[in-house]
Design a protein around this ligand. Structure first.
Ligand code: FAD
Ligand code: ZN
Length: 226
């Protein structure tokens, strides 16, 4: 109760399974007394490209454009574009970041990757030697909630699903100091019965009821490198 949650949502269709998962999260968390903000990236027509347009006014070095350096400098002088400033404000205020999306090519959809690329600017999310446990977004939690086309059984044969979590959870969230909760994965909602779909939705709602009691996970366990 009283916690602030930002849900960054990347699906084009409100009637989709992802749309239903979003709706459930908003309802359940609101019911708990959390204040919930949603960044509906497609509806916002969120710009995923990291370009010169993200810097308002003069460039630090107009001879050769360097996105990382320019956004860092722009952040320090308050010269980032308005859409980025708004997203950063939402992140800053949040206790928990939930990312809700369908898996695209073992990864997040480009629009959400673009959100990561553009919002988590140096100086805001991390800084020189302020990374991982020292990252600037400490005391925040994150949770990757996604749907997949493939089944759990197929992934068990073709490769451990947990490997694709590493770039997202460890490479992005942990790098910025954000703690990571167990991911929430809905396998193959398109190819199961209506009953099974309802079950999956109920399981998400159920998990959210005790979410604040969960402990963060180790997002870079040793077995990754064996
Ligand atoms: P939807 O098709 O929207 O939903 C499934 C069904 O649930 C629909 O029939 C819908 O009507 C129904 N539904 C919605 N709400 C409810 C409700 N409240 N109650 C009951 N039923 C409901 N998959 C992989 O496994 N690995 C990959 O690498 C991968 N790469 C992809 C790359 C691309 C470019 C694309 C387009 C897809 C890829 N996929 C991959 C598949 C993709 O992840 C799935 O298609 C997606 O996760 C399905 O989620 P959805 O929300 O779009 O499902
Ligand atoms: Zn980690």
């Amino acid at each position: 109760p009283g916690k602030k949650v930002l849900i960054v949502y990347a699906h084009q269709e409100p009637k989709s399974f992802n749309g239903s998962l979003l709706k459930i999260a908003v309802e359940e968390l609101t019911k708990q007394g959390c204040s919930v903000t949603v960044s509906d990236l497609y509806a916002m027509q969120f710009e995923p490209r990291a370009t010169r347009n993200d810097i308002v006014g003069h460039l630090h070095n107009s001879e050769a454009f360097n996105y990382g350096v320019e956004t860092w400098e722009a952040y320090k002088r308050g010269g980032l574009s308005k859409d980025l400033v708004e997203e950063q404000k939402k992140v800053q205020e949040a206790d928990l970041l939930i990312f809700q999306f369908p898996l695209f090519w073992f990864n997040m959809p480009a629009i959400l990757k673009g959100w990561m690329d553009r919002v988590l600017v140096q100086g805001f999310a991390y800084d020189l030697s302020k990374v991982y446990d020292g990252g600037l977004l400490q005391d925040k939690l994150s949770l990757f909630s996604f749907t997949m086309g493939g089944s759990k059984e197929k992934y068990a044969i073709r490769g451990d699903i947990r490997y694709l979590l590493w770039p997202m959870q460890h490479g992005i969230m942990h790098f910025c100091g954000v703690k990571v909760l167990e991911p929430h994965i809905c396998y193959t909602p398109e190819n199961v019965s209506e009953e099974k779909r309802k079950e999956m939705l109920a399981a998400w709602s159920q998990r959210l009821k005790t979410l604040w009691k969960e402990e963060p996970i180790d997002c870079s366990p040793e077995w990754y490198f064996k």
